[in-house]
Every structure is written in structure tokens, then in C-alpha cells.
Design a protein around this ligand. Structure first.
Ligand code: ZN
Length: 237
């Protein structure tokens, strides 16, 4: 489905980074909030899980991506029908957005096509249950957002990362007024961080969450009396 050119990239900015400097040297003080998660699995998720193969990204051999299992009973036609349903649903959602939001506010989106002036830079977890726009009601143009596992910000010394690039752009160029880090309960990334073993085994997830190793050490020291779930909650907070 082609996106109409008139709304092809409302977030494109005329700005270009004017300088490269340490974004952490700014006077901005990130705020941090924690969002509780108690959400049932959706029927859509259940549908996809029951009809699709499970894939696992892997750093080791034999391949970059391993196929773990297949539902031998399903037919290719079944899979295609389910996927058609899901993507037709997305198409309907887009057309609804276009009609009820975009077409209803042409001036707003014409302005957004020219420039973005968000007041917030948001760093949130990639978890599908904690979408910042859904939870905090951000509208297009309000929040420059980056999401990753466990809403982590690698240290400046660890080198370039997409988070640091996003911070540099939002602070130096967009000049956002607020930086918001959104943590949440039941975070799989935090559980991976707190539960990882020093056994030499590697994975992309383990390598990523190691960015928060200092938080793990501090949590283990400060909350050693708590069980695993308690330590995960302590680490988030
Ligand atoms: Zn999370």
C-alpha cells in the first residue's frame, strides 16, 4: 500500500545536526517514570502465535536466524489467509487515520511536514504493551521517540549508538525541553539483565542489557534481601 506523498514523511525535519558534542554534557536532567503493565494478551497476538513459526535471532552458528519449530498441521494457505487478515486490518487502520485524523486536520499536518518542534525526547522500552503515544497521549510532532529493550541509554564512553545519536539530535538540533525515560513493570529486558549468568554464553540481548551492568551491581547490593522479582522491580525503580 503506497502512502500518499502528501503525508509521506510528516516527521522529516529541515534541521541538520549543527555540531557533534557530548549530549550528556548538557544541563538536561532526564526524568524517569515507571508504568505498570497488566494487560491481557490480545486475540491478534494469540492468532499469530498459533499459526506462525517461531524464530530466534542468534549470534552463533549455524545461522543468523534459527527456526525453532513449525506447526506441521497448518497449510501455507492458512498462513496466507491469517496474514492477509492482519495486514488488511492494518490497511483499514491507516485509512481510518487518513480520513479521521489527517484529512480532518490538514493545517496541522502541513505544518508538521515542514518542521518538527517536539517538547519531549522519549526513551522507552520496545515492549509492545507500553507504547508512549498510547500511555501518554502524544500526538504527532510532540515526542521525538526512541525505543529499545529495557529503555537503556548506553554510556558516552561505550561509543556510538542509536540512542546517543537520537539524544544528540534531539538536544542539539531540536532543542527539546524535556527528556523522559519510561520504565515499566514486568520488563523482559530487566529480567534478562538481572538474571544473566557469567557463563561465557552470548546473545544479542545479553550484550545489549550489559549496558546497564552498573544498575545490576547496585541493585544486587541494595536489594540482596529481595527475591528475583523484587530485585527486578527495584532495578526498574
Ligand atoms: Zn521492557
Amino acid at each position: 500500500m503506497a502512502i500518499p506523498s502528501s503525508i509521506s514523511d510528516p516527521f522529516a525535519s529541515k534541521f541538520l545536526p549543527s555540531s557533534i558534542s557530548d549530549p550528556f554534557a548538557s544541563s538536561y536532567q532526564p526524568s524517569r517514570i515507571s508504568v505498570p503493565v497488566k494487560i491481557e494478551q490480545t486475540q491478534l497476538t494469540t492468532l499469530r502465535r498459533s499459526h506462525c513459526s517461531t524464530l530466534k535471532a542468534s549470534m552463533g552458528s549455524p545461522g543468523f536466524t534459527q527456526q525453532l519449530n513449525n506447526n506441521k498441521l497448518e497449510t501455507l494457505a492458512d498462513v496466507k489467509d491469517d496474514r492477509d487478515d492482519i495486514f488488511n486490518d492494518l490497511k483499514d487502520r491507516f485509512l481510518s487515520f487518513k480520513k479521521n485524523v489527517y484529512m480532518a486536520n490538514p493545517e496541522q499536518f502541513e505544518n508538521l511536514a515542514k518542521v518538527q518542534v517536539p517538547k519531549f525526547m522519549v526513551i522507552a522500552c520496545a515492549d509492545s504493551r507500553v507504547c508512549p503515544s498510547s500511555i501518554l497521549g502524544f500526538q504527532p510532532g510532540e515526542a521525538f521517540t526512541i525505543r529499545n529493550i529495557a529503555n537503556l541509554v548506553p554510556t558516552f564512553e561505550s561509543g556510538p549508538s542509536e540512542v546517543n545519536a537520537a539524544l544528540e539530535f534531539s538536544v542539539n538540533t531540536l532543542q527539546v525541553e524535556n527528556i523522559l525515560v519510561i520504565g515499566h513493570s514486568c520488563c523482559g529486558g530487566i529480567r534478562a539483565l538481572m538474571g544473566m549468568e557469567d557463563d561465557g554464553n552470548t546473545s544479542f540481548i545479553k550484550s545489549w542489557v550489559t549496558n546497564a551492568k552498573n544498575a545490576r551491581v547496585k541493585t544486587k547490593a541494595a536489594a540482596s534481601n529481595l527475591d528475583f522479582d523484587g530485585q527486578c522491580s527495584h532495578c526498574i525503580n
